[in-house]
Write a protein of this length. Structure first.
Ligand code: MN3
Length: 201
């Protein structure tokens, strides 16, 4: 059983003007597809691992044979990170989280504006390629941090609730070197109901 590229839940133009259509076509149809293909290639000679949910592979990464471990980190992480990314964006995005997640963000980070500033700061300061995350720890706390490359918070035992891709391929066609502008605009894509559905409380 091979891993598959999930369909986008919306049209490639649905995130305009925040994320342009061509970026979505290449990002989903080429970059994410390549992570899936490379993950399947890495697991080709490990049928037992092919049957594992991707969350289990990343959450127990030291159980993955050393010969393919980095390939699973890069491509399995890439697959999981992007699947989450598409799922927490959508048309008519934006606004603010409500309910339990909204309250937890306010109490943990000192309000929604401070939360957004911290996500942006982690994304801007990530040197090279990576992700800025809101995660939930095993104890239930919220944290913000960035990871390099396609490293997943699952590898640290944390559950990613919201993640924004800061690889240049995520924004360069529209924003060129202006990563901070992309990070500001990105909030207009966020589907807070999808983020809240990931929150355990
Ligand atoms: Mn990407």
């Amino acid at each position: 059983m091979a891993f598959e590229l999930p369909a986008l839940g919306y049209d490639v133009s649905a995130l305009e003007p925040h994320i342009d259509t061509q970026t979505m076509q290449i990002h989903h149809g080429k970059h994410h597809a390549a992570y899936v293909n490379n993950l399947n290639a890495a697991l080709a000679s490990h049928p037992a691992l092919q049957a594992s949910p991707i969350e289990d592979l990343l959450g127990n990464i030291n159980d993955v044979p050393e010969a393919i471990r980095q390939a699973v980190i890069n491509n399995g992480g890439g697959h999981h990170n992007h699947t989450l990314f598409w799922s927490i964006m959508g048309p008519n995005g934006g606004g603010e989280p409500t309910g339990a997640l909204g309250s937890a963000i306010d109490s943990t980070f000192g309000g929604f504006a401070a939360f957004k500033a911290a996500i942006k700061d982690a994304g801007v300061k990530r040197f090279g390629s990576g992700w800025s995350w809101l995660v939930q720890t095993p104890a239930g706390a919220l944290q913000i941090y960035s990871t390099a490359n396609q490293d997943s918070p699952l590898m640290k035992g944390d559950t990613p609730l919201l993640g924004v891709d800061v690889w240049e391929h995520a924004y360069y066609l529209k924003y060129q070197n202006r990563r901070p502008d992309y990070l500001d605009a990105w909030w207009g894509t966020v589907d807070w109901s999808a983020v809240a559905a990931r929150y355990r409380h």
